[in-house]
Design a protein around this ligand. Structure first.
Ligand code: PEP
Length: 254
């Protein structure tokens, strides 16, 4: 049985005080335990503030939105895996479509980061997804297959098991257009089959695959009922503690 994982991708939003206020309200909404795994992904500058506000609330984990693959050195402006560990970070999002399109991240770069994350005992959330143009050309499986095989190259079964995949159709990110539950399930089933080819079926069966792309309180539950959807990566709707709490609660009802 795969435990659902719901993550809040705050992107370049939230000062330290806003982050602390978010956590205080979110904890009141969500209570002292959750049946699903909840991860907050603040910008680097608000990670310490989120940790401080979470205090004893061990049921909420903290992640980062990116990192460099090297341990240290002359990489001005970058953050290393060890620096994230130092901040008690457990998860790191890698290969988000905004990093791929705005910052030129290739599958090879994503793969370096994914391997560096595992070396540092961080769990990567690896994003894959097609553009609208690629979907209309009938290239969804080709694009997802290439991103998965490239981004996950040279990982062992244990590392794959500890990797989370986020299927995020680019046309659904921040647009208000969600994939239908059927479209998302079809892509997730393809991703799981491909993971089986990359490793083996038993490993693929244990890997969690999140859906991301305009997830909101009113569509989260239907998406979560699909057999291969194991959670959500939430952007816009995760900036409001009440709406993010409703998404978490919707996932718990499944
Ligand atoms: C994201 O950027 O990971 C995302 C899914 O954003 P949104 O929920 O705003 O579409």
């Amino acid at each position: 049985m795969r435990k659902k994982i719901i993550a809040a991708n705050w992107k370049m939003n939230m000062t330290q005080s806003e982050a602390a206020d978010f956590v205080a309200t979110f904890l009141l909404e969500i209570g002292e335990s959750t049946e699903v795994e909840v991860v907050i992904l603040p910008p680097f500058t608000a990670i310490a503030a989120v940790n401080g506000a979470l205090d004893q609330a061990q049921h909420i984990k903290v992640g980062a939105q990116n990192m460099h693959w090297e341990r240290s050195g002359a990489f001005t402006g970058e953050i290393s895996p060890a620096m994230l560990r130092d901040l008690f970070v457990r998860y790191v999002v890698l290969g988000h479509s905004e990093r791929r399109t705005l910052f030129g991240e290739t599958d090879e770069i994503v793969n370096r980061k994914v391997r560096a994350a595992h070396e540092a005992m961080l769990r990567p959330i690896v994003c894959v997804g097609e553009t609208l143009e690629q979907r209309e050309r009938g290239d969804v499986e080709k694009v997802l297959g290439t991103q998965l095989r490239g981004g996950l190259a040279r990982l062992g079964a244990k590392e794959l098991h500890e990797t989370v995949i986020a299927y995020e159709p680019v046309w659904a990110i921040g647009t208000g257009k969600t994939a239908t539950a059927e479209q998302a399930q079809e892509a997730h089933a393809f991703i799981r089959r491909t993971l089986g080819e990359i490793s083996d079926d038993a490993t693929a069966d244990k890997i969690r695959i999140q859906y991301g792309g305009s997830v909101k309180p009113d569509n989260a539950r239907t998406l979560m009922t699909q057999p291969d959807i194991d959670g959500a990566l939430v952007g816009g709707a995760s900036l409001d503690p009440r709406s993010f709490a409703q998404i978490v609660q919707g996932a718990q009802e499944e």
